[in-house]
Design a protein around this ligand. Sequence first.
Ligand SMILES: CC(C)(COP(=O)(O)OP(=O)(O)OC[C@H]1O[C@@H](n2cnc3c(N)ncnc32)[C@H](O)[C@@H]1OP(=O)(O)O)[C@@H](O)C(=O)NCCC(=O)NCCS
Length: 202
Amino acid sequence: MILTTELPAHAGAIERLLDTAFGPKRKAKTVYRLRRGVAPVADLCMVALDEEAPGYSAAQPRLVASIRYWPVMAADGTMTLMLGPIAVAEDYRSAGLGGQLIRASLARAEALGYASVLLVGDAPYYNRFGFTRRPVLGLKLPGPVELDRFLGLEFIPGSLSKAHGMLGRAPTRTAAPAVTAEAPTAETGVAKLVRPRRRAVR
Ligand SMILES: CC(C)(COP(=O)(O)OP(=O)(O)OC[C@H]1O[C@@H](n2cnc3c(N)ncnc32)[C@H](O)[C@@H]1OP(=O)(O)O)[C@@H](O)C(=O)NCCC(=O)NCCS
């Protein structure tokens, strides 16, 4: 299994994975209002590829999981990231893949200098990665959402909890801030995990 940066060539398989996981009405959800017309954060969007899946190969591996991030901005100007969607193919679930993708991409986000991440998802799943309600108590989403599913995580204490107001779309940063250290890979447990790289060089 390879966890690596999403490439443009993965887009079709990701759409099919997301349609299967969330259903065709997924784009009506409030979070999609924050994604519309905005590019995801390429450095943080990752996929899991299985080269050994039956009928697939190293040249044409099966895409079995995807995680994406979008930039968002609070009314007070605070910039943050929104995690999601994340999906793992049904026959690959409960094997730790989702957790590996979340931990690996969060490590990248922190290493690239992002201060915080928020999401809308099931607290019993995301609590284990450090997401709680507390950092987002001052923030609002532009549409209906179950509040106990609106969660945040701070890499820099106070960076999100001091933010307030409505969340809106934000421009995608084209160049990541300078990074002096490799994004931590040890905690991912994935031997072939590659470090963040720009789409153009791959
Ligand atoms: C959520 C999802 C990404 C997790 O991927 P995964 O590879 O199965 O995750 P992991 O193997 O790291 O973790 C699996 C554990 O999380 C639990 N879990 C999965 N989804 C959960 C949820 N929504 N709430 C609580 N626990 C959940 C599983 O029961 C499993 O527990 P176990 O280890 O005790 O068996 C995957 O189930 C999926 O794609 N679901 C459909 C799409 C979706 O709901 N995405 C998240 C939107 S909030």
